[in-house]
Each structure stands twice: as structure tokens, then as C-alpha cells.
Design a binder for this molecule. Structure first.
Ligand SMILES: Cc1cc2nc3c(=O)[nH]c(=O)nc-3n(C[C@H](O)[C@H](O)[C@H](O)COP(=O)(O)O)c2cc1C
Length: 278
């Protein structure tokens, strides 16, 4: 289902916010955001759960920490999902829809998969024991000025840059770059995927166009740790949200399904996730 906001405009506007005004989300904004969250669907047939907690600054919740990365925020969103096929991709897709909606409301967010006290958030958000809990995000009013630490992080990860088309989009094989002309009416959906946020800005998505389908893959370094590989699947889910929501905005229809990969030579350290058939 399409998010009821200008998708491409919002994707271009979004960036990670790590410095916030030190005030709670207003009751009105919280209600609007959570009402929207309750309506979010995903095309992978997986149930995704959203959570929200308010940090009590005076008392017991001070342990809900972000290792000093986040300044000022008191309200946090979280996402959890059953440990099932395409579960992490669905979590990425659905939580990114919520992030885009929050962006459209003028709120700041930043995906956090590493820099938060996971155990404390797990109990504060009431995450079920066997569920996966890939990420949280503060949500609130962006501060006028970024903290020094935030500016340094952005520079280190080159957060304002993305890989060029030729490195991530291909035609028929991983050795043949796809041009914007060849992408045709899907060029802007791919461009919006390219702009998506990812953990450490690694942009692990790769796409091959073949006849009337796009195949999506995840790629990682040889020495990636198991938990890093899991986060790459969330990243791909985020990219798929941008791709699909833009396609919907442009009146294009198609559907996600697993397709045979027999005639594609898949690179090492790269895994097939799903295809979009149109
Ligand atoms: C799945 C995921 C996990 C992330 N985890 C963290 C994190 O633990 N700490 C952090 O400061 N930023 C985290 N980020 C934010 C990325 O560093 C950021 O999205 C990237 O550098 C691109 O910058 P932008 O979001 O401003 O476009 C994460 C992003 C994603 C998508």
C-alpha cells in the first residue's frame, strides 16, 4: 500500500538526525504517528511490530542509552519481527515507511542498529523473547545545530554521498552496468533506492534488471560478522521500501516474488533476496 505522503520529495528531504531539542514528542504528534504506524503494511506477508517508549529523565529509565551518539531525544521508536523468511527485510521496509512518514511530519529520526543499549530497550519496549529486534530510532524535533560528534560521524561515513549507478545497478549480469535509459520508467524508483539510508552508509544493495523483472541482492565484506550480515538484510528492506513506494507513486504496478536465479552468476559474498516482477 502506498504511503499517503509525497514519497520522492520526502526521500530527498530525509537525513539522519542525532541532535534533538530536549522535549517530548507532543501528544498530538505521537498520536498521529502511531495511528499511521498501525496502518503500515508490507508486501512480504510478515507481521511487523512497532514500539514506542518515553525516557523518564528524572527516574528509572535513564539506562535507555545511545552511547552518547544521540543528543536531546526522549522518545524512541522500535521495530521487532518474528524470526522468519524475509522478516528482517519486512522490518526494514515497514520501519522505513514510518521514518518517511515522521520526516513528512517534520520530525527527526535516525536508524540505530548498533549504538543503543539493546538489553534495556528490549525490556522497556517489551520485545518478545524469540523475536528479532533489529533497530530503534529516536523521534523528535531536530535541534537547530548538529552536535560536533554528529558532524564528525557524518564526515567519517560520507553520509552525504551515495555510490554511483554503475556500481549497484546492472543489466542481465553483475558485469554489465544498467543505464538510466535502460531502466526506463523504473529509473526514478531505482534512484530513490540509491538514496536510501543504510548501516555505516555501506549501501549493500545490488540490483539486476532482466526482462520484466528486477532482482535484488545483498552484498557484504568477506569478513563481515554474522550480526552485520543480518543488518544488511534490513538495509535491503529499506531500499525496497524506497523502490516500491516510488513505483507506486508513479502509477507502476508489479509484485515481489522469488524468481529462479539459474542463469545469473551471483558474485561471492552476495545473496539473492527477492525480485520485483512487472
Ligand atoms: C539499519 C541501519 C542501522 C544504523 N545504525 C546506526 C547506529 O547504530 N548508529 C548511528 O549513529 N547511525 C546508524 N545508522 C545511520 C547511518 O549511519 C546513516 O543512515 C548513513 O550514514 C546515511 O546518512 P543519512 O541517513 O543522513 O542519509 C544506521 C542506519 C541504518 C539504515
Amino acid at each position: 500500500m502506498k504511503i499517503n505522503i509525497p514519497v520522492q520529495e520526502t526521500i530527498k528531504k530525509r537525513n539522519s538526525v542525532r541532535s534533538y531539542e530536549a522535549r517530548k514528542l507532543s501528544a498530538q504528534d505521537k498520536e498521529k504517528l502511531m495511528a499511521y504506524a498501525a496502518s503500515i503494511t508490507n508486501p512480504f506477508g510478515v507481521k511487523v511490530n512497532f514500539h514506542i517508549v518515553e525516557k523518564d529523565l528524572e527516574g528509572k529509565d535513564v539506562k535507555l542509552g545511545t552511547y552518547g551518539v544521540i543528543k536531546g531525544a526522549t522518545t524512541f521508536l522500535g521495530v521487532s519481527v518474528e524470526n522468519t523468511q524475509l522478516g528482517l527485510e519486512a522490518a526494514g521496509y515497514a520501519f522505513e515507511n514510518l521514518v518517511l512518514y515522521a520526516t513528512h511530519m517534520g520530525l527527526g529520526t535516525v536508524w540505530l542498529a548498533a549504538t543503543f543499549s539493546r538489553d534495556n530497550f528490549t525490556s522497556a519496549m517489551g520485545i518478545k523473547e524469540n523475536d528479532l529486534f533489529p533497530a530503534i530510532s529516536p523521534v523528535g524535533y531536530p535541534a537547530e545545530k548538529k552536535s560536533l560528534r554528529e558532524s564528525i560521524m557524518r564526515k567519517a561515513m560520507k553520509s552525504d554521498q551515495r555510490k554511483p549507478w554503475k556500481d549497484i545497478f546492472f543489466k542481465d549480469s553483475f558485469f554489465n552496468p544498467l543505464t538510466e535509459q535502460e531502466a526506463g520508467e523504473y529509473a526514478s524508483a531505482l534512484e530513490m533506492l540509491r538514496l536510501a539510508p543504510s548501516a555505516t552508509n555501506a549501501q549493500p544493495w545490488r540490483v539486476i534488471k532482466q526482462e520484466n523483472a528486477f532482482h535484488f541482492y545483498e552484498t557484504h565484506n568477506v569478513n563481515a560478522r554474522p550480526e552485520e550480515k543480518l543488518i544488511k538484510r534490513v538495509d535491503v528492506g529499506i531500499g525496497l521500501s524506497h523502490f516500491h513506494q516510488t513505483a507506486l507513486e508513479n502509477g507502476l504496478s508489479g509484485k515481489f516474488e522469488k524468481l529462479p536465479q539459474d542463469n545469473i552468476d551471483i558474485l561471492e559474498n552476495t545473496n539473492y533476496i527477492i525480485s520485483f516482477k512487472y
